[in-house]
Design a protein around this ligand. Structure first.
Ligand code: MF3
Ligand code: CO
Length: 251
């Protein structure tokens, strides 16, 4: 399926959703501390969005019950916000999609509670770096394979596992539009990137060698089989003739 290309004006609407989303992340970053729960954070996001005339697009999406996904430690994706108190050393990935006037933005970020073990700190830094290396490939004339390859090469360099079933996607007035944006691939292969495409790039790396995951009985919570922790960094990116435009970093 062909991507739904966006005009400059539509991209600026998405940037507005992205700005609100970025402010949610800033708020969460300030509030997260030992003893706080991810349910507290979910409520905080709901209130903040309401005040800003925006809505949480994930809530009700395919029956997903919350505004945010909150994935702690060995849960790598789509965890439910819960009453579990966060503890020193934990990592939590908060993922959300903001709807402002019908246009969406999607961004996930992993936060450390207090101090992390050195190996986890490195995992976080390097996964964020992998995201930025992949974003640098998001220019007209490159391909989806160039983006996937940048992620795959970063993981290989540090011998991290890539969580392969969870992938990026086109986004606009719908959370999931074509194309799929795989976190692995060969340079120069796959669909060509063109001006007006808007996609998410969202690598999840684990310290496990395999990055193999399973779904809980709730149908959502994704955790590693070997119990290794995972982290994720995700931005929404517009492909423009001036290069990649990150819509969710507050710029
Ligand atoms: N934010 C997710 C992504 O990065 C998609 C949300 S799935 C939901 O692709 F069900 F939680 F909404
Ligand atoms: Co997301």
């Amino acid at each position: 399926m062909d991507p739904i290309l966006k005009t400059k004006e539509e991209i600026s609407y998405m940037q507005e959703a992205g700005r609100i989303l970025h402010n949610c992340h800033k708020l969460i970053e300030q509030r997260l501390a030992p003893g706080v729960t991810t349910r507290d954070m979910d409520e905080l996001v709901e209130e903040f969005l309401a005040k800003n005339g925006a809505t949480p697009e994930q809530k009700g999406y395919k029956g997903y019950p919350y505004a945010t996904c909150a994935s702690i430690n060995e849960v790598v994706c789509h965890g439910f916000p819960s009453e579990r108190e966060l503890a020193e050393g934990d990592v939590v990935t908060i993922d959300m999609v903001v709807n402002k006037d019908g246009w969406l933005a999607d961004s996930a970020w992993t936060y450390g509670i207090g101090e992390q073990r050195r190996t986890i700190r490195k995992l976080m830094k390097r996964t964020e770096k992998a995201l930025h290396r992949a974003i640098a490939q998001a220019v007209p004339g490159n391909t989806l394979g160039d983006i996937g390859n940048a992620i795959e090469r970063s993981a290989r360099l540090y011998r991290y596992g890539i969580v392969k079933p969870l992938i990026g996607h086109g986004i606009g007035q719908y959370i999931h539009e074509p194309p799929n944006v795989l976190p692995y691939g060969k340079r120069g292969t796959g669909q060509m990137l063109t001006e007006g495409m808007v996609i998410t790039i969202e690598p999840i790396f684990t310290k496990g060698s395999s990055g193999v995951v399973v779904w809980d009985e709730d149908g959502w919570t994704v955790r590693t089989v070997d119990g290794s922790w995972g982290v994720q960094y995700e931005h929404t990116i517009a492909i423009t003739s001036n290069g990649p435009r990150i819509l969710t970093d507050g710029t």
